[in-house]
Design a protein around this ligand. Structure first.
Ligand code: GDP
Ligand code: IMO
Ligand code: MG
Length: 429
């Protein structure tokens, strides 16, 4: 058995989509196990650019895609994403996309609550994507979710809507937002039922069959370790566990089936939304990274905050996420910088620490301690072998390996699918 789980090692947008697409050529099945359409994964294949939020990135390679029960699924977002990629020439239907029958749904009341809460936070916003992700996970844990399987049982659906609205309408009214009407929601769900139910099944059974048939499964993480609801920069996080361990619970497999864990990190750091970011740059270098890296959110279009590579943070992600190999992306964005900095630890209240503490106050005070390395003037854009890289770029990568305590097993040098350097195959047994 040679499965691989891919997770983000920073604050998201590391290039997971590109790496999953590239590795999907070696896999049979690609599984999403957490998050929802807050994710935005951009894949560039020749002159086509695919922007995926819910669909597993393997669909572009024609692989079987599975949406696991750990995902929160917005039916309208899914159907419009399917229509969008179909218009780009991809075939997506129940034959190549399966959705766990126990997947919780995002209903229109979830984004309404997400936005009302953010508005109520005033100047202390999380900076969510406004897609209803947090409220949908709250309902799952609160045992109120409408799940895809409920669409086949109109009576169950009606009863569950009563319970859900009792909860949500009180909250929405309290926040000064419009309450929802049951009949309109019920009608919309009953209309969606015949469109969604053909995709729904017990995916745990299919994954069990795949295991017996020695099929290769790629688990595609969304968001990243520093946005993990437990291990991230809480409360400025998303509402799911983004670490690879969640692939088991979020898909319905055993922990031993997760396989090799590959972490994806940019050669610098970005973050969308609020929250601590010790290596953030507010100068021309930060601006340059944003421009060269085209750092705008795929989902919301917001400019991403940019900064130096934080090895202390990624080392922490390696440890808590069980990352065995690192795919380093966007090395090309650093081309032309004469000097590069890597954060090796923080100074907090005059003390040197080698981890980002959990307390929000301490996180906000963390000042980066930097090591300076020589940059390179040559272009690394599109490099497909180590031989094409300048010596100082190789030195930079090697230093990152040492500091984060994980080998760099893959390097990416442009958005294009094949501009990738493989060091060791994560699917190799
Ligand atoms: P994800 O959320 O982790 O899948 O990442 P996104 O797709 O949201 O953001 C990564 C962006 O960087 C996308 O626009 C990719 O096309 C682009 N990208 C990925 N790898 C590279 C790379 O090596 N170099 C450059 N310049 N861009 C890259
Ligand atoms: P991918 O998969 C970057 C961030 C939001 C916000 C916080 C909470 O493309 O890497 P949420 O809507 O999830 O409740 O927002 O998490 N966030 C992401 N940032 N990439 C993502 O996904 C993200 N998904 C959520 O900006 O700070
Ligand atoms: Mg993204």
């Amino acid at each position: 058995m040679a499965n691989v789980a891919i997770i983000g090692a920073q604050w998201g947008d590391e290039g997971k989509g590109k790496v999953v697409d590239w590795l999907a050529s070696r896999a049979d099945i690609v599984v999403r196990f957490q998050g929802g359409h807050n994710a935005g994964h951009t894949l560039v294949v020749g002159n086509q650019t695919y922007k995926l939020s819910l669909l597993p990135s393997g669909v572009v390679r024609g692989k079987l895609g599975i949406i696991g029960n750990g995902v929160v699924l917005d039916p309208d977002a899914l159907l419009s994403e399917i229509a969008r990629v179909q218009a780009q020439g991809l075939e997506v239907g129940p034959h190549n996309l399966r959705i766990a029958e126990n997947t919780p749904l995002i209903l229109p009341l979830h984004p309404a609550l997400d936005k009302a809460r953010e508005a109520a936070r005033g100047g202390d916003k999380i900076g969510t994507t406004g897609r209803g992700i947090g409220p949908a996970y709250e309902d799952k844990v609160g045992r109120r979710s409408i799940r895809i399987c409920d669409l086949a049982e109109p009576e169950t659906l009606s009863r569950k809507l009563d319970e859900l609205l009792l909860h949500h309408n009180s909250l929405l009214k309290g926040l000064g937002a419009e309450p929802f009407e049951k009949q309109a929601l019920l009608d919309a769900l009953l209309e969606l039922a015949p469109k969604l139910l053909p995709f729904s099944e017990a995916v745990w059974e299919r994954l069990d069959e795949a295991r017996h048939e020695n099929k290769r499964v790629l688990f595609e993480g969304a968001q990243a370790v520093m946005l993990d609801v437990d291990h991230g920069t809480y409360p400025y996080v998303t509402s799911s566990n983004t670490v690879a361990g969640n692939a088991a619970a979020g898909a319905g497999i055993g922990p031993h089936q997760i396989g090799t864990v590959l972490g994806i990190a940019k050669a610098y750091t970005t973050r969308v939304g609020s929250g601590p970011f010790p290596t953030e740059l507010f100068d021309d270098v930060g601006k340059r990274l944003g421009e060269r890296g085209r750092e705008f959110g795929t989902v919301t279009g917001r400019p991403r905050r940019c900064g130096w590579f934080d090895a202390c943070l990624v080392r922490q992600a390696v440890k808590v996420g069980g990352i065995q190999g690192l795919a380093l992306t966007k090395l090309d964005v650093l081309d032309g910088l004469t000097e590069l900095k890597i954060c090796t630890g923080y100074r907090i209240d005059g003390e040197v620490v080698k981890r980002l503490p959990a307390a929000a106050g301490a996180q906000a005070k963390a000042e980066p301690i930097y090591e300076t390395l020589e940059g390179w003037s040559e272009s690394t854009q599109g490099a497909r072998s180590w031989a094409q890289l300048p010596a100082t770029a190789i030195k930079y990568v090697k230093r990152i390996e040492e500091l984060v305590e994980a080998p760099v097993t893959l390097l990416s040098t442009s958005p294009e699918r094949d501009d990738t350097i493989l060091v060791s195959d994560p699917f190799a047994d």
